[in-house]
Design a protein around this ligand. Structure first.
Ligand SMILES: Nc1ncnc2c1ncn2[C@@H]1O[C@H](COP(=O)(O)OP(=O)(O)O)[C@@H](O)[C@H]1O
Ligand SMILES: [Mg+2]
Length: 375
């Protein structure tokens, strides 16, 4: 007798969006957005200002009606469900705390509306206050809090709801740089501790890379790439993502490629200003581009000052910027600026001819017409 195969129950996505569209009059702000994340995922929506991040988040929250498509939360179609019945909690950029209420009252407000029992309210406020280390602030009013403390209170208000999904819209962008980095680490720790499912909007690619388990890069209402941070960094889907994610950004320089015994020869420039390096592990589809222009992408940290005679390129330094452990040095490569991130110990002066080695296994190639990565 053959044992019946166990039924493979695929886990229900905590959030599943299918072909979502959103227009304001004739203006299409979101164009056929489809994505799905699992419970415990931290999804970051990142892209330049005006690309539709807040609109997408507001559609998930139910604060905006969709023009087409469906939104499911934990397997339930909520496309036409009002916000309060979606089992979500949202933290906005402007924390929207009630100025006349104390911190405790602000945190309790939603529970009061929902007529949660008093003792239960008290217990939850205590738990969340301890978690966010704001116990000593519970009796204060928002006017007497710092920006970071207000941020914590706004998070506390979301946390007591214990929702299926947390939605954050640029919650750190009103904080100064140092506090932003601290709160970023706290949010990450909180996510790991609570195993919460989060959708988080930011225009800051570093926030996206450090916080996200998955990232959506959005441009003009169209998903450019939906992947893990590592995939987005190592294999950006197109020139937009390559340029947007990473700081300083990936060098994107036109070149011609040709077959070679091992790997691929990459030729920058012409005539006397020509430089050739060898790319290892070229993608199969690159074969079709022999002697056609391609855009070659190399991250600044994939350069190093070469030892001995192992240089791949020797270039003249045009600018150097020492930043402690790093030396950001700019070189001229076939008339284009090449940004490198070298060791801070590299003694380089402007005008030096510097032998550079390149980690050639990480090079990306893009089609200049379609702008897509050649895979
Ligand atoms: N209520 C509205 N009416 C008309 N256009 C809007 C409205 N809300 C947003 N938009 C437009 O939609 C686009 C996306 O906005 P938004 O989602 O706020 O972008 P982001 O959050 O990425 O900066 C922008 O071009 C914006 O002008
Ligand atoms: Mg926004």
């Amino acid at each position: 007798m053959v044992n019946p195969a166990p039924i493979q129950q695929s886990p229900v996505a905590i959030l599943a969006i299918e072909e979502l569209q959103k227009s304001y009059g004739a203006i299409e702000v979101l164009k056929s957005i489809s994505l799905s994340i699992d419970a415990g995922d931290f999804l970051v929506l990142v892209g330049p200002s005006g690309c539709g991040k807040s609109t997408l988040l507001n559609c998930i929250a139910g604060l905006e009606e969709t023009s087409a498509g469906t939104i499911c939360i934990d397997g339930r179609d909520v496309t036409n469900v009002p916000p309060r019945d979606r089992d979500i909690a949202m933290v906005f950029q402007s924390y929207a705390l009630y100025p006349t209420m104390t911190v405790a009252e602000n945190i309790a407000f939603g529970m009061k509306i929902r007529r949660v029992e008093k003792s239960e309210q008290k217990r939850k406020i205590g738990d969340v206050a301890r978690l966010l280390q704001i116990e000593h602030l519970l009796g204060r009013r928002p006017a007497h809090l710092s920006g970071g403390q207000r941020q914590r209170v706004a998070m506390g208000r979301a946390l007591v709801r214990e929702p299926k999904l947390f939605l954050f819209d640029e919650p750190l962008s009103n904080l100064d740089a140092k506090l932003r980095v601290e709160m970023r680490a706290e949010i990450k720790a909180l996510h790991q501790r609570l195993d919460a499912s989060i959708v988080y909007v930011t225009h800051d690619q570093i926030e996206a890379m450090t916080l996200g388990t998955k990232i959506v890069v959005l441009k003009d209402g169209v998903i450019q790439q939906f992947a893990t941070p590592a995939e987005i960094y190592d294999a950006p889907a197109n020139l937009f993502v390559a340029d947007f994610m990473g700081s300083p950004p990936m060098n994107l320089i036109e070149a011609r490629v040709g077959p070679q015994k091992q790997g691929v020869s990459i030729r920058f420039g012409e005539g006397t200003d020509q430089h050739v390096i060898t790319g290892t592990n070229p993608p199969a589809a690159l074969a079709a581009y022999a002697d056609k222009p391609v855009i070659v992408g190399i991250r600044p940290e994939d350069f190093a000052v070469a030892r001995d005679d192992s240089a791949d390129l020797t270039l003249r330094a045009e600018m150097t910027e020492h930043a402690g452990s790093d030396n950001f040095a700019t070189f001229a490569l076939a008339g284009k600026k090449l940004m490198t991130r070298l060791s801070g110990k590299s003694p380089i002066a402007v005008g030096d001819e510097v032998p550079l080695s390149v980690d050639t296994s990480h090079i990306c190639y893009f089609d200049p017409q379609t702008t897509e990565r050649i895979a």
